[in-house]
Design a protein. Structure first.
Length: 236
């Protein structure tokens, strides 16, 4: 095991205080970046997206549930799959807790996938989740926000538009988060992030980053290859 060196308590305290200064610098940088994010311009959503939900068809505006702000997690779940993406499921294991508190800050939350509602509901029940989750199967929503890819989306080299650049992506679905603001009857798109931009939502990584071995993914076939649906750990 590649462990840290053993030192005296005084030496450890001195090293910890030195790292604390770096952590404070990161806190200040994060605060400044969050302020810049809030100052981004926005785009009016012109399309009338309609989603399938457990209580019928709803619009993007309906997802706000009367609040001014909406966070949408683009959950990878292709219509041909029998279950949602395991990495998205790792993130989703935190959604129920966050959804209890976000309304107090005028924010609604929903997950959206292209899978049909019946598959979404069955998988949601299996995983024991309660957060709002809708199907966008009958809309262009996923394609417009660059988290689903038709064959014609791929260029001659097979690359698609993801994370604001042309890139090779092995799946027809990709993860992301989009944020919207309601201004009267208008819905405004304020922010979307993808790939490593989603790291801050992965609570498990936040815990692992506190440990001496960290994420410990360097020797894996690919990052997150260790991840399972939470009911599959220990399964042979």
């Amino acid at each position: 095991m590649n462990r840290p060196k053993i030192v005296s308590r005084d030496e450890w305290t001195a090293a910890r205080k030195q790292l604390l200064q770096r952590e404070k610098e990161l806190d200040h940088l994060r605060d400044a970046l969050s302020a810049e994010r809030r100052d981004l311009p926005c785009v009016k959503v012109e399309k009338d997206y309609v989603f399938a939900g457990p209580n019928g068809r709803v619009s993007l505006r309906d997802l706000f549930e009367g609040r001014r702000q909406l966070i949408v997690y683009h959950f990878m779940f292709d219509p041909s799959w029998d279950q949602g993406c395991k990495s998205c499921s790792l993130v989703a294991d935190t959604f129920d807790g966050a959804s209890l508190h976000l309304p107090a800050r005028d924010v609604s939350f929903a997950a959206v996938s292209r899978a049909p509602l019946a598959k979404i509901e069955a998988f949601k029940k299996r995983m024991g989740w309660r957060f709002a989750w809708f199907s966008s199967a009958e809309t262009d929503f996923n394609y417009d926000y660059h988290v689903s890819f038709r064959q014609e989306d791929r260029d001659a080299a097979g690359a698609v538009e993801y994370n604001y650049a042309k890139t090779q992506f092995p799946q027809p679905e990709a993860p992301g988060v989009s944020v919207f603001l309601r201004d009267g009857d208008d819905v405004l798109h304020t922010y979307s992030t993808y790939a490593r931009g989603l790291d801050s939502l992965i609570a498990t990584y936040a815990y692992l980053d506190l440990t001496p071995l960290g994420r410990n993914e360097k020797d894996l076939p690919h990052t997150m290859s260790w991840v399972r649906h939470h009911d599959k750990y220990g399964a042979t």
